[in-house]
Design a protein around this ligand. Structure first.
Ligand SMILES: [Zn+2]
Length: 397
């Protein structure tokens, strides 16, 4: 007789067997439910993980594009400031040559006037002198020019020569003197004309250089505004992607529901250093505009240890766009209001934990660095309540 009931000898045995059977069914049913639930969760988890990876990849790609563009703009701006300096110098030069030209023009016109005056005096003197001689030698057909300017000129007799020398010598001297002065002034005038022509050429050269520089300046202005637009677009894209990433993070947080609260007591300051930037509105060091600072910055030398602010589970460890190498720790739901708390550590030089790791308060998780959008080595530290940023100083006592 081999029935399952062969051992039943009492009511107790029956209850025992039935109980075992019932328990097995219950366990099998429960296992099925749990497996289905886990399958559901893991597929949801896998999908959002996949999406998050895609978004993060895109953010990283954009960030990779922004950095060299900012560098490029910096270089273009430096070149621009040099151009502006050069233009200023050229303008000063141009102003100086214009001033010179003006004074040369003035000198030239004065010289011209002086030449005209001496010419006039010379002509007048010669005229009156000629008249006088004509009066003396009324009967002769004297050539005035011969008397005045020909050294070989010789008067017919000694008496006459003596007379002319005596009476007219002073006049002749004066005429010659005026003539010499006129020649000298004429030369000076010619020199000034030369000088003026040289300055005009120089002026032209400087003016054309100024025009060339201005053309370059305009091209550079266009180039810089073009770069600025490109950077702006990438920034906008990244903002949108960051928002998306936050949504995905929240989905993951929901998917990895954990009723436990890993955190204990106060949160610790995650790195030794001074707080270089507080939580709240501030001027962004790279983008130069007022934006919300979603955490605190703790300045510390590269390679300083970053520690978990409290115990929890690592739910992200990797590169996250402008945040660079970063870690996200989930601390569970705090009993007081059932809100989930997580902490975020960015710009690390190296990460020492991976996703899924359980960490205790004070455990080493990464090293200080300047990856992502960072002007120098520091830790950007955030505390999130249900995925929304909060002032970390409210947690660190
Ligand atoms: Zn920061």
């Amino acid at each position: 007789m081999s029935t399952p009931f062969k051992h039943i000898k009492s009511r107790n045995d029956l209850v025992d067997i039935l109980g075992k059977h019932y328990t097995t069914v219950m366990i099998k049913k429960s296992l099925l439910v749990i497996t289905l639930f886990l399958l559901f969760c893991s597929s949801m988890f896998a999908d959002s993980q996949e999406d998050l990876k895609k978004v993060e990849k895109k953010i990283q790609q954009n960030s990779d594009k922004i950095k060299p563009k900012i560098q490029e703009r910096k270089r273009a701006e430096a070149y621009m400031s040099n151009l502006k300096k050069e233009i200023k110098q050229t303008e000063i030069k141009l102003k100086n040559t214009k001033k010179k030209l003006k004074s040369v023009h003035k000198e030239e016109s004065e010289a011209k006037k002086a030449v005209e005056e001496t010419s006039m005096i010379f002509l007048n003197l010669r005229e009156s002198f000629s008249n006088r001689i004509r009066q003396i030698y009324m009967s002769t057909q004297l050539n005035i020019t011969d008397i005045l300017f020909d050294d070989s000129f010789w008067l017919p007799n000694e008496e006459d020569q003596y007379f002319i020398e005596k009476v007219l010598n002073e006049d002749l001297k004066l005429i010659h003197k005026i003539k010499q002065k006129n020649i000298q002034l004429q030369n000076e005038k010619e020199l000034l004309q030369q000088k003026r022509d040289e300055i005009i050429i120089l002026n032209k050269d400087i003016a054309s250089k100024e025009a060339r520089l201005n053309k370059k300046k305009n091209a550079q202005t266009m180039y810089i505004s073009n770069l600025t637009n490109q950077i702006k677009n990438l920034e906008l894209q990244n903002k949108e992607l960051e928002r998306l990433s936050k949504e995905l993070t929240n989905i993951i947080l929901r998917a990895s529901k954990d009723d436990g609260y890993f955190a204990t007591g106060d949160y610790v300051k995650p790195v030794k250093g001074w707080i270089s930037s507080k939580y709240g509105m501030r001027m962004h060091p790279i983008f130069k505009r007022r934006i919300m600072h979603t955490g605190i910055d703790i300045a510390a030398p590269k390679g300083y240890k970053i520690r978990a602010a409290n115990s929890g589970k690592v739910i992200f460890s990797g590169t996250k766009g402008g945040y660079g190498k970063s870690v996200l720790i989930y601390h569970g739901k705090r009993p007081s209001d059932n809100k989930s708390i997580s902490s975020f550590y960015a710009h690390a030089s190296r990460l020492v934990v991976k996703k899924g790791d359980i960490v205790r308060k004070g455990d080493e998780i990464a090293y200080v660095g300047a990856t992502g959008y960072a002007t120098g080595p520091h830790l950007h530290f955030e505390v999130k309540i249900d995925g929304n940023h909060a002032d970390p100083m409210l947690f660190i006592k």
